[in-house]
Design a protein around this ligand. Sequence first.
Ligand code: AMP
Length: 290
Amino acid sequence: MTAAAVDIVRTVEELRSRVASWRSEALSVGLIPTMGALHAGHLSLVEAALKKYDRVIATLFVNPRQFDRPEDLAKYPRTEDDDATKLASANAHLLYAPNVDEIYPSGYSTNISVSGVSSGLCGGDRPGHFDGVATVCTKLFLQSGADGAFFGEKDFQQLRVVQQFVRDLNIPILIHPCPTVREDDGLALSSRNKHLSDEMRTRAPVLHQRLRAAAEQLLNGVPVDIVMKESKDFILKSGFDRVDYFELRDAENLELLKQNSLNSRLFVAAWLGKVRLIDNIAVIPSQLSC
Ligand code: AMP
């Protein structure tokens, strides 16, 4: 017997009609934008949403506008049946899985572009990425009319970009940040982890280990430039092929910091073969004990 799957809608019209029927019963609605290939990190967002809202919609859309490399888009895992089963087990109420034409119909010509928090980090080396994220999230928020949306701190810059345009455009939706879900060895869950060979998988937790070690050094007063250099060197010596960045930034405006401060956060992006992994942590003492 196949496991039950969550209800799926594919058009804005169907989505709005579901939401309207919930609204007629005065039910609140939470939204979880995803690109599918769901894992426990995504499902933690469903769990958080169910605690705050009466109805929870997950979205599945592999957004072509946020991929700067066509080969990345082509190899992005597509596992809709499995995702729909996982969402049913997690008690989500609806999956909105539009086709590309539903989101970007012929003649589509609007772009949402956020300055400031979009520059540097993943915005620096992935041109257009955050315009793609901001554009699709704006559409998903307006299409669903949800009361709240849930985003993982795993993609911290994405979370800040979303918070920024929601505030700037007065979009009536609450953004709920959720903590990063990790494997027991500290590796942040990601749909990209399935591209790691067994050998790469043994090296991957180095990113989180080094973030924690760097946070400890900063809290002990080691200068920022020394910590950043040692961290990059350590990651490369641990078998990573490239480090795109290892940086200390302000958690609010994401500006680069030359000195540790009360609201600082460490960010890393590094490659194991063709797999690019990202992670980040807050530089606070409690972070080091979890
Ligand atoms: P994605 O499908 O990768 O676009 O991610 C959809 C949402 O899930 C985003 O808000 C991500 O930040 C969040 N997410 C992805 N991985 C994790 C994780 N390990 N822990 C918590 N949230 C995550």
